[in-house]
Write a new protein. Structure first.
Length: 254
């Protein structure tokens, strides 16, 4: 019996793989034996991701694309399918622009829904269509957040988008289950990444998170999230679908 924690012989497509959680997930899937196809809009960052994946003992192919553009995404799926047995998708492309709801810029609202929701749905749909056309099973792992289950001041748009990601995940998990396509989400707490660094450097905000919100009293690490993604991508989780796996240090257990 093959090791259910391995992804040997499979291709894994990771969006938003240029840095942060996306890069960490791509490297972990490469370590698990997958050939990873990494996608973002910044070529220099992708080169660094490829180098780390190779250093971890894997193979990686970089594609520069905007995954919120369905035409560019079609080319990504074609290239990933041409790289081998495409079976895994991780949607790590995302962003956040906090601000009070009363005067929150609609441009920021549209931006977050474009990258967090539209890009997630388009990637899931294109990947799912490719697998359904082949009659092949596979695993989709979306990147959500603890904010998909709770509210938080100054993050109305982000919370709304992550609630939407959870809804997409559950709906597709039900719709495609009989075709052997599993759809799950990993929902982390605050992780120190390039996106969160600017807020976590504020001592007041950092204390609020660590002392009042997180029972564990520590931030999650990229590796914590990447390990959860690996679990949902591998056959070790073959009976898990439509699930939101929280890696949130107990934030939502209060």
């Amino acid at each position: 019996m093959s090791d259910p924690w391995r992804l040997d012989g499979r291709v894994a497509l990771v969006t938003g793989a240029g840095r942060g959680l996306g890069r960490g997930c791509a490297v972990e899937l490469a370590r698990a034996g997958a050939r990873v196809v990494v996608v973002s809009r910044t070529e220099s960052e992708l080169r660094e991701t490829v180098a780390e994946a190779v250093e971890a003992g894997g193979e990686a192919l970089a594609i520069v694309a905007d995954v919120a553009d369905d035409r560019e995404l079609a080319g990504v799926i074609e290239a990933a399918s041409g790289a081998g047995d495409l079976r895994v998708l991780v949607t790590a492309a995302g962003g956040n622009r906090p601000g009070p709801a009363r005067d929150y810029p609609l441009a920021d609202w549209d931006l977050l829904f474009g990258i967090n929701v539209r890009a997630t749905f388009l990637a899931c749909r294109a990947f799912g269509d490719a697998l359904l056309t082949r009659g092949a099973g596979g695993s989709i792992v979306t990147l959500s957040s603890q904010m998909g289950s709770v509210g938080y001041p100054g993050r109305v748009a982000y919370c709304a988008t992550k609630h939407a990601v959870d809804g997409i995940t559950r709906a597709l998990g039900v719709e495609w289950a009989r075709e052997g396509i599993r759809v799950n989400a990993v929902a982390p707490t605050f992780v120190e990444t390039p996106m969160t660094k600017q807020w976590l450097e504020d001592p007041v905000f950092r204390e609020e998170v660590l002392e009042r919100r997180l029972p564990t009293g520590r931030l999650a690490q990229i590796e914590d999230v990447a390990n959860a993604v690996r679990y949902l991508a591998c056959d070790a989780s073959s009976s898990v679908t439509g699930h939101i796996l929280k890696v949130d240090g107990g934030w939502t257990a209060w």
